[in-house]
Structures are given as structure tokens and as C-alpha cells.
Write a protein that binds this ligand. Structure first.
Ligand code: S3P
Length: 168
């Protein structure tokens, strides 16, 4: 089984991946951590500042290439992976792609004091990116789980139910 969690920054991908990993006994792969390892930087904002977003996206593609044959894992992706079609083409083979959907308002609330996301520093730009990517997340998803007003526990239970009864 391979589960790929997609969605905007702050949608809860990492938290939900953690719960799913415990409940389903699957290992977690955090794409952002692998990207960071491949870079020579201390953190993600530094990759954006010193090397630029295009370089960051290239590292994401390289990580996806390395992950194309993994199995029995939950892959928690970075919010921008839908910007390069090749990434989901590589990741989704024999996997289930789940879109964790959250409203922009809810995301802005969750990321209010967060400065680890370079693309959320300008809220107006972030809103534009959100609008554009929403269509891509929907396009790639095998199913969507709405996360507004839901706890990570509720979200993970919903995902497990849907997977177990194959209702997607
Ligand atoms: C990004 C999302 C981040 C991280 C980077 C770029 C994006 O991951 O990959 O800051 O373009 O949306 P999260 O979705 O885990 O915040």
C-alpha cells in the first residue's frame, strides 16, 4: 500500500501522515526532509533565498525519481509538487492520492505565526497560488477529504474508512 498526501501548505499533511503511519503500520516519507537533505542548506527558506524556487523544484523532482518504486509507505508531499506534472506521475504508480482540502481562511489561521513557508509570506500571492493549485490537487486526487473543523484524528479515520471499503 502506498498513500500519497497532497494539499496546500498548512492542510495538515504531516500531522495526518503521522497518525496514519501509527494506525496502518506504514513508514512515513516526508518529501520536504529529503529535499532538504539533498540541498546544502539548513532549512527550506534558505534554499528559496539562496538557490531560488526553480532549484527547489528540481530537487523535488529528483526526490520523486528516487521514490518511484517505494511501497508500504505514506508519502507526505510539499504543497508545490503539483506544479510539475512529472512528480505525481512518478509518485502515484500503484498508490492512492489523497487531497487534504482546507479553505484559504483556515490555512491562513493555521499559518498565522509560521515563518517556515517562503511562499506564504505574502498572503495576497499565497491566495493566488491557492486558487490555481486547488484545481490541480482536485485533478490528481483519487479522493478528497475536507479538513476544516476536523481533528487530525477524524481525518485519519475518514481516510482509513474510505480505503478499507474502497469507496472512492
Ligand atoms: C511549498 C510547501 C512547503 C515546502 C515549500 C514549498 C509550496 O511544504 O515544500 O515551502 O510550494 O507550497 P508544506 O506543504 O509541507 O508546507
Amino acid at each position: 500500500m502506498k498513500i500519497i498526501l497532497i494539499g496546500f501548505m498548512g492542510a495538515g499533511k504531516s500531522t495526518v501522515a503521522e497518525l496514519l503511519s501509527q494506525k496502518m503500520h506504514l513508514q512515513i516519507i516526508e518529501m520536504d526532509s529529503l529535499v532538504l537533505k539533498k540541498s546544502k542548506r539548513k532549512n527550506i527558506p534558505e534554499i528559496f533565498e539562496k538557490d531560488g524556487e526553480i532549484y527547489f523544484r528540481q530537487l523535488e523532482i529528483a526526490v520523486a525519481q528516487e521514490l518511484q518504486n517505494v511501497d508500504n509507505v505514506i508519502i507526505s508531499t510539499g504543497g508545490g509538487i503539483v506544479e510539475n506534472k512529472i512528480i505525481l506521475d512518478l509518485l502515484r504508480k500503484n498508490g492512492i492520492v489523497i487531497y487534504l482540502e482546507a479553505s484559504f481562511l483556515e490555512i491562513a489561521r493555521r499559518l498565522k505565526d509560521d515563518d517556515t513557508r517562503p511562499l506564504f509570506r505574502n498572503k495576497k500571492n499565497a491566495k493566488q497560488i491557492y486558487g490555481f493549485r486547488k484545481l490541480l490537487y482536485e485533478h490528481y486526487a483519487d479522493f478528497t477529504v475536507s479538513t476544516d473543523n476536523k481533528t487530525p484524528e477524524e481525518i485519519s479515520t475518514r481516510i482509513i474508512d474510505k480505503i478499507s471499503d474502497n469507496s472512492f
